[in-house]
Design a protein around this ligand. Structure first.
Ligand code: ZN
Length: 445
C-alpha cells in the first residue's frame, strides 16, 4: 500500500474535527454510534469501514466483510437488501405500519408526510391546502436493529415464497425475508443500515418522467421543439457528456443517459426547455427587454415608511442599466463619446452623470425617426423608475431569498448573493448577504 493511501486512510481518525458541522458521514450520529458500539475497532485508525453500493446484484459472498456499516442503494434495491418490500400500502421501511396510504386514481398514494415536520410547523395546522385535515400526530417511532431482529426471528418465512404461496400473512406486514446482513454480528447494533443513493433515485425519477413525455398533453411540435432544444445545448468542458447523442428528435426519444447527465437535464435543462409549454403565470413574463424578463417576485407587502432619496433612485437606475443586455451597447457608445470629449480622469464621472439624460434623448430620436429598434418598453425603461418599494424577501427562479434580519431567525439560510465585479474588476467575484430587496417600478410594468 502506498504511503499516501495510508495517510488518507488515517485522515478520519487524526484530522477529523467534531464541531456539529456535517461534512462527511463520520459527522453523523450513525457513525458515532458505530464507534461507541465497537470501541476496539474505532480506536485503531487503520480500521476499514465499508459501505456496500448495490444495484440489484447478487449479494452472496459479501458477508466475509465484517465491518460493513451500511448499504447504498435505490428504493427497489432497498427491498432486497433490507427484506422489507417497498411496494403496496406499507412501502415505507421507516414509517412501516404507521404509514398513511390509500388508493386514488388507480394507484397507492402516500400521504401524511407532515408527521415528519417539527411539532409546531405552520403546515400542520392547514387543512384545505392538504387533504382536508390538520396533522397533529408526531413522527412514527424508530425501530432499533435489535427490535427488528427480534421481530424477524419470530416470523416464519418458510411457508411462503415464489413456489409455495404468494400471499403474505398479515403478521408479516411487508417483511419478505430476514436480511442476510443480520448474520453480521454488528448489523443489529447499527443505527443506520441502508442509505438511499440520491443520484440513483434521481435517475429512476428521470427515466419515469421521460417515459411519460409521449403521454403529456402537448402538441407534437412542442415535444419536437423540446428535444431539439436539448440537442442544441452546449456545455462547458467536463460539465456533462454530449447529451445530443442521446436525443432522437425524429422518433421523439431521449434514452441512454448516464445518471450525471440525468441530473443535468432534470435540474438545468428541463425547467428551461418546457417552460413555454405551460400557461404563463405571474412569474414567467414574456418581455422584450431582458431585464424585465427576470423571474423574480417580491413577497409579502412592501415595508412602509421607507423613503428613497433622488440619489438612491439614480444609483438603482444606474445598476439596472448595467444589468440589461439591450442597453449595454448604448452604454458603450456613450462611454466612447465621453472618452473623446473629456480628460481621462474625468470621463467616467461624466459618463455616469450624463448617460441617463442622453439615453432618454437618444430613445426619443429613435422614435422620431421611426427606427425599428424603438419600442414603448425601451422608452419606459429609459425614462427611469417611477416608484420604488422595499421588501423583506423575494422569490427568484423558485428559490426564496430572505433579507438578513428575517433569515437570522430561521435555522435555514437563504440570503447568499454573488455578483461579478464591474469596471476594472470584472473577473473578481463578490459574495455577500442580502440585506433588503428593492423593487423598481417602471411605467406600464
Ligand atoms: Zn415513511
Amino acid at each position: 500500500m502506498s504511503t499516501h493511501t495510508a495517510t488518507d486512510m488515517k485522515w478520519l481518525k487524526e484530522k477529523q474535527v467534531d464541531n456539529d458541522v456535517m461534512r462527511h458521514p463520520a459527522d453523523r450520529e450513525a457513525w458515532k454510534k458505530f464507534d461507541r458500539t465497537f470501541p476496539k475497532l474505532a480506536v485503531d485508525s487503520r480500521s476499514v469501514r465499508l459501505g456496500l453500493a448495490t444495484d440489484r446484484f447478487n449479494l452472496f459472498g459479501v458477508l466475509n466483510q465484517h465491518r460493513m456499516m451500511w448499504t447504498v442503494n435505490d428504493f427497489p434495491a432497498y427491498a432486497m437488501v433490507s427484506g422489507w418490500s417497498t411496494r403496496a400500502y406499507m412501502a415505507c421501511p421507516v414509517c412501516r405500519e404507521n404509514i398513511t396510504s390509500s388508493w386514488h386514481a388507480g394507484k397507492v398514494c402516500y400521504l401524511g408526510q407532515r408527521r415528519w415536520l417539527h411539532w409546531d410547523h405552520e403546515w400542520r395546522e392547514k387543512d384545505k391546502e392538504f387533504h382536508g385535515e390538520k396533522e397533529h400526530r408526531l413522527k412514527p417511532g424508530e425501530w432499533s436493529g435489535a427490535q427488528i431482529l427480534e421481530q424477524l426471528n419470530r416470523l416464519d418465512f418458510a411457508h411462503f415464497g415464489t413456489n409455495v404461496s404468494r400471499t403474505r400473512p398479515s403478521t408479516h406486514m411487508n417483511w419478505m425475508h430476514k436480511s442476510m446482513f443480520f448474520e453480521l454480528l454488528c448489523w443489529s447494533k447499527l443505527k443506520l443500515r441502508h442509505i438511499l443513493d440520491v443520484m440513483h433515485v434521481e435517475k429512476n425519477v428521470f427515466d419515469t418522467l421521460v417515459g411519460t413525455i409521449p403521454d403529456i398533453d402537448v402538441k407534437p411540435n412542442d415535444k419536437k421543439e423540446f428535444l431539439k432544444f436539448l440537442s442544441s445545448v452546449k456545455f462547458p468542458d467536463g460539465y456533462a457528456s454530449n447529451i445530443a447523442c442521446y436525443v432522437k428528435v425524429d422518433r421523439g426519444k431521449l434514452a441512454g443517459l448516464k445518471s450525471h447527465d440525468c441530473h443535468v437535464v432534470l435540474q438545468r435543462l428541463l425547467p428551461m426547455g418546457i417552460q413555454h409549454l405551460f400557461p404563463a403565470d405571474v412569474d414567467v413574463r414574456k418581455e422584450k427587454l431582458s431585464v424585465f424578463a427576470q423571474i423574480a417576485r417580491s413577497f409579502e407587502d412592501p415595508i412602509c415608511g421607507e423613503s428613497f432619496s433622488k440619489k438612491d433612485i439614480e444609483v438603482a437606475h444606474w445598476f439596472v442599466f448595467h444589468n440589461c443586455d439591450e442597453t449595454l451597447s448604448y452604454l458603450d457608445k456613450h462611454e466612447n463619446m465621453m472618452k473623446q470629449t473629456h480628460l481621462s480622469h474625468l470621463y467616467a464621472k461624466k459618463h455616469r452623470e450624463l448617460f441617463p439624460q442622453w439615453f432618454v434623448e437618444y430613445v426619443n430620436q429613435l422614435k422620431a425617426s421611426n427606427s425599428p429598434v424603438y419600442t414603448e418598453e425601451l422608452y419606459n425603461f429609459a425614462f427611469g423608475p417611477i416608484h420604488i418599494e422595499l421588501y423583506s424577501g423575494c422569490h427568484v427562479n423558485g428559490v426564496k431569498f430572505l433579507a438578513g434580519a428575517q433569515d437570522d431567525k430561521l435555522c435555514t439560510q437563504n440570503n447568499g448573493v454573488h455578483v461579478l465585479g464591474g469596471g476594472e474588476s470584472t473577473d473578481i467575484e463578490f459574495y455577500g448577504k442580502l440585506t433588503s430587496v428593492v423593487q423598481l417600478l417602471y411605467k406600464d410594468r
